[in-house]
Design a protein around this ligand. Structure first.
Ligand code: OOG
Ligand code: NI
Length: 296
């Protein structure tokens, strides 16, 4: 097994244990014979959220995946949510793309910046520089260990008032934010986001409806939907507990590009389909962990 395999497996196993909808969706797919019992799910991409401070953020986290052969691709800006993001193409088709976003901390109010820095200042130098990136266990451990002290509930709530993304990262850190079921290679009846949403709702999954349940790029090539993050009981400092948003599951359909529509079905590969992401889709998908969605 390669180091990248070890790291991805570690991320997925923690994520499955924490997000009941992951096992729920996979179980429903097996039950309806959408995939075989031991069947693989094509993972379109995974996503991380980060704090944009000099020693952390995208520039830090990306070093891990660049080391494993990922290539940095397009940039996206989310002015209202105060976020920057990039996506990364994998070294081989069998691996998922990676979407990494970052909070533009400097654009927040002085008080929100003060709260964030009180935590992130505990990290005095870029922690990825101290990691042996060829040691998969060490990287796995890093991605699932605390970078800063456990936040207080009042800091969490104060941040959430200004940026729900900030509050999410202060508590959840580098836990996987979502993985994404690629639907276009599934069997007919399930191979569009529209059909897959019908299947999900029949099985009782709640979908993010910000901007509509299906988010489609202007070129028509990329459609996405996602579940609403379920609440989990979080342990805050001083023994306080509260229900907060955890992670969610996403679904993506990449259509065949116009110039390849005549290809025989068995010759269609990833490179023949719509690549990358779409800022307007992503803007709404972020809200899968926001109170307006999770409170429904
Ligand atoms: C990421 C939201 C955007 C996509 O595929 O466009 C996204 C997040 O919630 O952190 O996943
Ligand atoms: Ni996504």
């Amino acid at each position: 097994m390669s180091t990248l395999d070890t790291v991805l497996e570690g991320l997925m196993s923690r994520y499955k244990a924490r997000v009941p909808d992951v096992g729920g969706v996979i179980g429903a797919m097996i039950k309806e014979n959408v995939i075989a019992h031991d069947g693989e799910i094509e993972n379109d991409h995974i996503a991380f959220r980060t704090m944009g401070v000099p020693q952390l953020g995208i520039q830090s986290l990306e070093k891990i995946f660049l080391h494993y052969g990922y290539t940095k691709k397009d940039y996206y800006l989310f002015p209202e949510k105060k976020l920057d993001a990039y996506w990364y193409a994998p070294p081989e088709e069998k691996y998922p793309r990676i979407f990494v976003s970052e909070l533009r901390v400097k654009d927040l109010s002085p008080r929100a910046q003060e709260i964030i820095h009180s935590y992130t200042n505990e990290v005095t130098s870029d922690p990825v520089d101290q990691l042996d990136l060829d040691d998969g266990q060490a990287v796995d451990h890093f991605l699932h260990s605390a970078l800063w002290r456990t936040p207080t509930l009042s800091d969490y709530r104060e941040l959430a008032n200004e940026s729900e993304y900030a509050a999410w990262v202060i508590y959840n850190r580098y836990y996987l934010n979502h993985f994404t079921v690629s639907v276009h290679n599934l069997k007919p009846g399930y191979n569009t986001v529209e059909a897959f949403n019908t299947f999900l709702e029949k099985h009782g999954f709640k979908l993010n409806d910000s901007g509509g349940k299906i988010k489609t790029s202007p070129d028509g090539g990329l459609s996405q939907s996602s579940t609403v993050a379920r609440m989990l009981t979080a342990d805050f400092a001083n023994g306080e507990q509260a229900e907060i948003a955890g992670s969610y599951v996403e679904f993506a359909e990449r259509r065949i590009l116009p110039q390849y529509r005549e290809l025989p079905a068995n010759e269609v590969r990833r490179q023949h389909r719509r690549e990358g992401f779409e800022a307007n889709n992503a803007d709404k998908i972020f809200e899968s962990t926001y109170a307006a969605q999770t409170g429904k």
